[in-house]
Design a binder for this molecule. Structure first.
Ligand SMILES: Cc1ncc(COP(=O)(O)O)c(C=O)c1O
Length: 419
């Protein structure tokens, strides 16, 4: 077992001390090298170096179980990690904890929320699908109504979303209702766009509505400074997607005003009466090695970009630049466009596929999605949205513009379009 782990993790790109992005970095990951991975953000992909570090934490706990599973070794490391990620998102570390994933975080937040009779939960049509299902469950079990701000694609700009929010708020007022809490995505899942978070949060704050900013796809994908984003009352961001941490680890920020209500869900162990952050240190026996490896993931990002804070910035810049250039290349080759302007994109893009006509779009979309996967081994989602087929394309450090060129021509071939 140990031999398997060490040999699988052994080969990495030659030299991480200089910032060289692109195909050479595929050697740092475990997914099959014949795969073109345009879907990194869905479940993450962990660099070998980070997995090795995680494995060392697993071994360390096994060696000194009593001291380490819940002792100073674990608690000191967790504290250091909370301080590092809090600085990364510009939040106070006292208000920043780790939970398993964004799904867990939304449960922690919303299940503890008390809605008055005239209050609804406000969300956006771009919300992550399973969150919408959770809201349905809240409605069925607790009678909480969810009202949704509708966003239709293609989106012309942030003002379209702000106008839709104003229209929804006005409509609610007419009905004698108001939002008790609003959940919005910093980066939406599919289509993947940046919502104008700062503006939305400020409009809602004027109305007295607290906000949850879902940064599941933001941490490590786009610059995330909670103050610059309008200081949401709650924020969560998965470290296991774009930040390269092992599954699963998610950063949860809760502003001081709301902390008294919050306990880890579903377990509450040793927590009653503890300070907010202390409640999230021990919620039952489990493997917390993925939490401990968050710092190693942040080290990897810095190293790959040439070291230190400048390395982190270079890593993020490469991915964002590649995403923008790649998306424009695809749209230009196909003579189509994107579902939102470049200014609303981060490390993902939504490029419209050149389907023949509206009535064949869904069938062609399914064909493109399945044939890209088999036989072409391209991991990507082809999705229908408002009658249009689009590819959600995720850039990464191990991709290059040539991967986008190949994608452009594969889609042309699948759709039988002349080159
Ligand atoms: C916008 C958004 N929020 C929340 C989640 C849930 O993340 P997790 O599965 O880690 O709980 C996802 C997952 O892709 C997402 O895209």
């Amino acid at each position: 077992m140990v031999a398997f782990v060490t040999s699988a993790l052994a080969s990495t790109s030659a030299d991480l001390s200089s910032p060289v992005f692109g195909h050479a970095l595929k050697a740092d990951f475990l997914f099959n090298s014949s795969v073109t991975m345009f879907n990194h953000g869905s479940y993450g992909a962990v660099p070998k170096k980070v997995l090795s570090a995680q494995y060392q934490y697993v071994v360390g706990v096994e060696q000194f179980i009593i001291d380490r599973i819940d002792g100073a070794w674990y608690r000191d490391m967790l504290l250091a990690i909370r301080k590092r990620v809090a600085a990364y998102i510009n939040a106070p570390w006292e208000d920043t904890v780790l939970v398993d994933n964004a799904s867990n975080a939304i449960n922690v937040i919303v299940s503890g929320w008390r809605f008055a009779d005239d209050e609804v939960l406000l969300d956006f049509s771009t919300a992550y699908g399973p969150f919408k299902a959770y809201y349905k469950w809240l409605n069925a079990t607790r009678g909480i109504e969810t009202v949704t701000v509708q966003i239709t694609f293609p989106v012309s700009g942030p003002e379209q979303i702000v106008a839709a929010l104003h229209a929804t708020l006005a409509d609610l007022k007419k009905k004698g209702k108001k939002p008790g809490l609003c959940v919005l995505s910093q980066v939406t899942s599919a289509p993947a766009i940046l919502l104008p978070a700062k503006e939305i949060i400020s409009i809602l704050r004027e109305e007295g509505v607290p906000t949850v900013l879902d940064g599941a796809h933001a941490l490590g994908a786009v610059p995330t400074d909670l103050a610059a984003l309008g200081s949401p009352d709650f924020w969560m961001g998965n470290a296991h997607k774009w930040l390269y941490a092992p599954r699963s680890a998610c950063v949860l920020y809760v502003s001081k005003a709301f902390q008294s209500a919050y306990y880890p869900e579903p377990t509450v162990v040793d927590s009653f009466g503890d300070a907010f952050a202390d409640r999230f240190v021990w919620s039952g026996t489990r493997d917390r090695s993925s939490f401990l490896a968050v710092s190693d993931a942040m080290d990897f990002r810095e190293e790959v970009g040439g070291g230190g804070a400048a390395g982190e910035a270079a890593t993020m810049r490469y991915v964002m630049d590649l995403s923008r250039r790649g998306a424009n290349l695809l749209a230009k080759t196909w003579g189509t466009g994107q579902l939102a302007p470049d200014s609303m994109q981060g490390s993902m893009a939504n490029v419209i596929v050149p389907t023949t006509n509206a009535s064949s779009a869904a069938a062609e979309c399914a064909k493109v999605g399945s044939q890209l996967k088999y036989p072409h081994q391209v991991e990507i989602f082809a999705i229908m949205q408002d009658g249009l087929c689009f590819l959600r394309v995720m850039a990464q450090i191990y991709l290059e513009l040539s991967d986008y060129e190949r994608l452009a021509s594969l889609v042309n071939t699948i759709l039988g379009r002349g080159q």
